[in-house]
Design a protein around this ligand. Structure first.
Ligand SMILES: [Zn+2]
Length: 240
């Protein structure tokens, strides 16, 4: 029986991923291994609460969660997403300024650790599941198909073909994820998306903007509380 090691951040994508995978498992939660990475991001601590709520909602005992501490490792990396980095940029999620939020080595390191956890499970076949999606491709090189396919080959080789990579949203955009999730009762009110170091979602960072736009495009209202719900243009007026 396949076991699923799932990268869970408490965000919209990974929560939908969990719901997507649970469809295959009936009531068997024992094949789910949620993993949360603490890597020194500004929003890491808020993710913890969201993850706890999401796990409770889906009837997964919190003790199944593996929390991996990588603050020391990522203190060497440069990104505005990290506590050691500069201000989180505001604006459209595909704006050039959002490249400041790329975290060097993130998915490469995360997937390596998840593959190790998956390889350690007492089963014949395990899967590393990620919520990466099409909307990430423009800015984040470690979310693109080329990288994911290459990482899967590396993981297959390193685990003697025991561990596979499962990125079901790789060809979904955020809108499609939100539509699927809403149709399947994903509890988006429990999730955490904002990149900033504050409890209430700002509504202005790229992550909040992408989420607000995805809901709006489907004629849906995001149940989350925001400081601002205005959808910003891709480029500031007069910039093009
Ligand atoms: Zn935000």
């Amino acid at each position: 029986m396949t076991h699923y090691v799932i990268a869970l951040s408490g965000g919209l994508d990974s929560t939908t991923l969990l719901a997507y995978i649970l469809r295959y498992l009936d009531e068997d939660r024992s094949r789910i291994i949620p993993v949360h990475f603490q890597y020194g991001s500004k929003h890491n601590e808020y993710e913890e609460d969201a993850i706890a709520d999401v796990l409770a909602y889906y009837g997964i005992v919190h003790s199944r969660l593996r929390t991996i501490h990588l603050e020391e490792v990522f203190s060497n990396m440069k990104s505005s997403l990290l506590k050691s980095g500069g201000e989180i940029p505001e604006g459209h999620y595909e704006a050039e300024s959002m490249r400041q939020t790329v975290v060097p080595g993130r998915n490469l390191i995360f997937m390596s650790i998840m593959a190790g956890i998956a390889e350690s499970v007492d089963c014949d076949r395990a899967v590393v599941a990620l919520g990466v999606h099409e909307g990430d491709h423009a800015i984040y090189p470690d979310c693109r198909e080329e990288f994911i396919a290459s990482a899967e080959q590396t993981i297959l080789h390193s685990t003697d073909r025991k561990v596979y990579v499962y990125p079901p949203f790789l060809r979904f955009n955020k809108k499609k994820i939100v539509r699927w999730g809403t149709e399947n009762m994903v509890p988006y009110i429990l999730t955490r998306t904002c990149y900033k170091d504050q409890p209430i979602a700002c509504g202005k960072c790229g992550s909040c903007q992408e989420r607000l736009e995805a809901f709006a495009s489907q004629g849906l209202t995001d149940p989350l509380q925001y400081e601002s719900r205005e959808i910003l243009p891709k480029s500031p007026p007069g910039a093009e």
